[in-house]
Ligand binder design. Structure first.
Ligand SMILES: [Zn+2]
Length: 274
């Protein structure tokens, strides 16, 4: 199998962990603020329009609050909706120093599930932890709530291969990919560095070309086409250019023989073979 699964984290604008607070704040141009959702909502519309026009599938990992704050919830119709916490909570406490009890974690995970069901009518199957902070305890609770896959880990691509794995908790893991660029430096399949102006599109095209076998999970944030963490709002021309860059990557992958699928469909394929 040579599959590309494009994923979008729909979460509060330029989110950042705050020491001593479980929920995330937003930050812009170096200033930490209360949570904002405007860029997240507008960016989701831009990316969803692009996906629809190109007939590209995608999986959205939605933070409950950001999903509820969408100006037009129908914008995500037809895309797979999975969960990304409720208020972008740090579930392991690694970034906030706040260690949560099991019942607190269960509450967050359950409310995030319920929000997807109530806003979209779809039953979520996948989970991605905010900040990608995951551990065996959180995974066990995610599985217990009924999720059948997770996509919070990052794994190295070895000789062009990165396969999903079946976790001891009894669910699939679809890790994000880590490779090396032409200078031998680490590159992750999260498009963060591109949106922050630190990596050209060509670096990700190269990563796609080097990927030969397995599932290449690529990721972005809906707000990141609208504003940058360092530079703030981008303007409509830059937003359109960054959405086009994503379209070129996905188009390049499809033309190179990748199958483009939402993660739930990849999970169905894997379950057929088990
Ligand atoms: Zn997030």
């Amino acid at each position: 199998m040579r599959i590309l699964a494009f994923t979008i984290d729909l979460d509060r604008d330029c989110n950042t962990a705050v020491r001593g607070e479980t929920a995330a704040a937003s930050r812009s141009c170096g200033v930490t603020t209360d949570p904002c959702h405007d860029a997240s909502s507008q960016g989701m519309e831009v990316i969803a329009d692009m996906l629809r026009s190109m007939a590209f599938p995608a999986t959205i990992f939605a933070e409950g609050d950001s999903l509820r704050m969408l100006a037009d919830p129908s914008v995500v119709k037809g895309l797979e909706i999975a969960c990304h916490g409720m208020e972008h909570e740090d579930l392991t406490g690694e970034s906030t120093g706040m260690l949560l009890e099991n019942d607190q974690l269960e509450d967050i995970i359950s409310r995030s599930w319920d929000t997807v069901v109530s806003v979209t009518g779809d039953v979520p199957r996948g989970f991605r932890a905010p900040y990608l902070n995951i551990d065996p305890r959180v995974l066990a609770l995610v599985k217990e709530r009924g999720f059948t896959y997770d996509s919070s880990m990052t794994e190295k691509v070895l000789d062009g291969v990165l396969m999903p794995k079946f976790l001891p908790q009894g669910m699939w893991e679809f890790p994000l990919a880590r490779d090396t660029d032409s200078d031998g430096k680490v590159i992750d399949s999260y498009l963060w560095a591109m949106h922050e102006g630190r990596r050209p599109e060509s670096d990700y095209m190269r990563m796609i070309d080097r990927f030969q076998e397995g599932v290449l999970v690529m990721a972005t944030h809906s707000w990141h086409v609208m504003e940058g963490v360092r530079e703030g709002p981008k303007g409509s021309k830059q937003t359109a250019e960054e959405a086009d860059a994503i379209a070129r990557m996905l188009g390049h992958a499809r033309d190179s023989g990748f199958e483009l699928l939402p993660l739930a469909a990849v999970e169905d394929l894997l379950n057929e073979d088990r």
